[in-house]
Design a protein around this ligand. Structure first.
Ligand SMILES: Nc1ncnc2c1ncn2[C@@H]1O[C@H](COP(=O)(O)OP(=O)(O)OP(=O)(O)O)[C@@H](O)[C@H]1O
Ligand SMILES: [Mg+2]
Length: 220
């Protein structure tokens, strides 16, 4: 589902990723960890084409990233659910609208949109907040809405960068359960995090990034 072969990435003269090769299978759930500045976010950005590799090949859900033109990137992203700090909720839209927006580009009938939005809001246990604005939600609730928005299109791949950032242990556990459910339904999930407690005991594959490379692979 995600294939890196011989991928290198520089920012100016600084090498961030050096000759990275890794393969993530369909319906796998994998964690990416390693010290701050190791390149976790950069690796995820290469997958959704916010950054381009300087060397090597990347294939995501059958798309060869190297051949992708700028105007084709939105088509790739329709297959991806992205839970990133810089993919924030829109402040002037309600929770319902924030989640529904992801479907509007898919040309769906309003009744169908409503059904799908309420289904994911139910999954994240926030149906009762549908008409609320993001500013009136707690951090954990906002994060669950970001996840609902990423899930609503039923993506083939879900990417998450520090999805439990500043959340308490209980809310983090709720969010991890959500990811596990999404994964059980067949979505490939890749989560970047420093937080060992998110992957310890999961039995998932852990990619440990250090000094520009995947230094080791472990089982959580
Ligand atoms: N747009 C950019 N331009 C220049 N350098 C960058 C850019 N983005 C990231 N970097 C640098 O690349 C390195 C890797 O950054 P990245 O954000 O991928 O690390 P990370 O592993 O996600 O770290 P953290 O755990 O702190 O989130 C860092 O040294 C960072 O300063
Ligand atoms: Mg990061």
């Amino acid at each position: 589902m995600i294939e890196f072969s011989g991928v290198s990435k520089y920012y100016d003269q600084d090498i961030i990723l050096k000759d990275v090769s890794v393969s993530i299978e369909k319906a796998e759930m994998v964690f990416l960890t390693g010290p701050s500045g190791a390149g976790k976010t950069t690796l995820l950005k290469l997958i959704y084409c916010a950054e381009r590799p300087d060397e090597g090949h990347i294939v995501v859900a059958g798309w060869d990233i190297r051949k992708l033109k700028q105007r084709t990137i939105p088509f790739l992203r329709r297959n991806l659910g992205i839970v990133f700090q810089d993919f924030r909720l829109l402040r002037n839209k309600t929770v319902f609208e924030n989640v529904a927006l992801a479907l509007r580009i898919h040309d769906m009938h309003p009744t169908e949109i409503k059904e799908d939005v309420f289904e994911v809001l139910k999954d994240v246990k926030l149906s009762h907040k549908a008409n609320t604005y993001p500013a009136h939600l707690s951090g954990g609730e906002q994060q669950r809405i970001v996840i609902a928005r990423a899930m609503v299109t039923k993506p083939t791949v879900l990417l998450a960068d520090e999805p439990t950032g500043n959340l308490d242990a209980e809310t983090s556990a709720t969010i991890m359960n959500l990811f596990r459910d999404i994964n059980t339904r067949g979505t490939t999930v890749l989560i970047a995090t420093h937080n060992k407690s998110l992957f310890q005991g999961t039995g998932c594959r852990i990619l440990y990034l250090r000094e520009n490379q995947i230094e080791k692979e472990l089982i959580g």
